[in-house]
Write a protein that binds this ligand. Structure first.
Ligand SMILES: [Zn+2]
Length: 411
């Protein structure tokens, strides 16, 4: 192909500008700006035509250099065969086209990279995520399809993409493989609670009393709640571990390190809130996420289940389930949910929290939320109606939803 460089113009430049724009490296050209024929870089531009959108101007050259740098190409600002091929490959998103092994001219692109990364993270060996659909990629894809799809034809089409999506989640697009792994671990874990290792994190403790109102302390309340939850979890055969002793206050880093070292399946962090206004009230749950698409999908699902059970059982004001990047949420390697169980500064919430029966209701709601996570929606019992004895009965009976294949033992 003809080399394209600064000063060139024509349809090939239009195509390159379009690709660079799509990758966010070049601003959209407005018709007004184009007809003016001058910009901040006017002196460097040759200004030979009124329509700059067909021109390889210094701005385009800068964008080409940026692209070359991102892709590990020689950064010369000239579009030759290697840069042109890389531009074309970068334009493919997983799902844009069917992917299969073509011996003579292998399919290449960012969609192939995304497929390879997802399969690798799910434990299927596609070789290095090279972006080239080769024999090894096909072998890995077929192995995945044998486990998750109706046919193992080695073609990545709609049914394969659907299976990949189901292991991922709404917001997961290629390139966030560790989130797919979280989903896969959840699927492998099966619906039973028995054997699951849960870390319960009663907030504050020791010299740190948390919120203190009228002699009532968050640290003591959450310790009591944690013990109630621990007892119920133990009764179902779960292994419940607490992040602290009654009179200790580890840092968030220490609590996260404890959960990581224990290899916990989930972490549940218990807090109450406070506000200068006595009118602030209600219940909120939090999971790891940054609000722009990065999220712990399993954490989000767990937070949602717990939140719905608790709002339905306690009649506390619903303050929603939200993504946060707080230390404990960020540093734990497993899905973690933090609950803010009402405002101790609010009379109504405080009265509820002081009632041991209410704390039993909360413990039961949290346990049922966890159970619902492991059932992965394979359950028709309405929110708020699943009781502790239901959960126990389900644990003792053989679950119809339990997979026929053996669950791999914990390492
Ligand atoms: Zn707190």
């Amino acid at each position: 192909m003809q080399l394209l460089r600064r000063g060139d113009s024509g349809p090939a430049v239009v195509e390159i500008r379009r690709m660079l724009t799509r990758f966010g490296l070049l601003a959209e050209t407005s018709d007004d700006a184009a007809s003016e024929g001058s910009g901040s870089d006017g002196s460097a531009s040759d200004g030979s035509g009124p329509d700059r959108s067909t021109h390889f101007d210094p701005v385009v050259e800068h964008a080409v250099r940026a692209f070359q740098q991102q892709r590990g190409l020689i950064t010369d600002g000239i579009v030759g065969p290697a840069t042109y091929r890389a531009l074309r490959e970068a334009g493919w998103t997983l799902g844009d086209r069917m992917l299969a092994l073509l011996i003579s001219t292998p399919m290449c692109g960012d969609d192939v990279v995304a497929l390879q990364e997802q399969l690798l993270e799910l434990g299927y060996d596609t070789g290095r995520p090279s972006g080239v659909f080769d024999e090894q990629t096909e072998r890995g894809l077929r192995a995945f399809q044998r486990d998750y799809c109706d046919i193992a034809d080695g073609v990545c089409g709609p049914s394969t993409l659907r299976a990949l999506r189901q292991l991922g989640a709404r917001r997961v697009k290629g390139g966030r493989p560790h989130l797919l792994r979280e989903q896969e671990l959840l699927r492998q874990a099966g619906p039973r609670l028995r054997g699951k290792r849960i870390v319960i994190d009663p907030g504050h403790g020791g010299p740190d009393r948390g919120v203190v109102v009228a002699g009532v302390t968050e640290a003591d309340l959450m310790w009591d709640l944690a013990r109630r939850l621990e007892g119920r979890m133990a009764a179902t055969g779960m292994e419940a571990l607490l992040t602290r002793r009654e009179n200790a206050c580890p840092t968030d880093q220490e609590r996260a390190a404890f959960a990581n070292a224990a290899g916990a399946d989930l972490v549940l962090s218990l807090h109450v809130d406070a506000n200068r206004s006595m009118h602030a009230e209600g219940l909120a749950t939090f999971h790891f996420g940054n609000g722009s698409g990065i999220t712990s999908t399993v954490g989000e699902a767990l937070a949602g289940y717990i939140h719905r059970e608790l709002t339905s059982r306690t009649a506390m004001l619903d303050l929603g389930s939200q993504a946060r990047t707080w230390e404990l949420l960020r540093l734990t390697r497993m899905p973690t949910v933090r609950m803010e169980l009402g405002y101790l500064t609010n009379l109504g919430d405080r009265r509820k929290l002081l009632d041991p029966v209410f704390r039993d209701v909360v413990a039961e709601g949290v346990l049922v939320g966890v159970k619902r996570l492991y059932l992965q929606g394979q359950d028709d019992q309405p929110t708020g109606t699943f009781t502790f004895s239901d959960v126990l009965a389900r644990e003792l009976a053989r679950e119809p939803s339990e997979p026929a294949t053996a669950v791999s033992p914990r390492r």
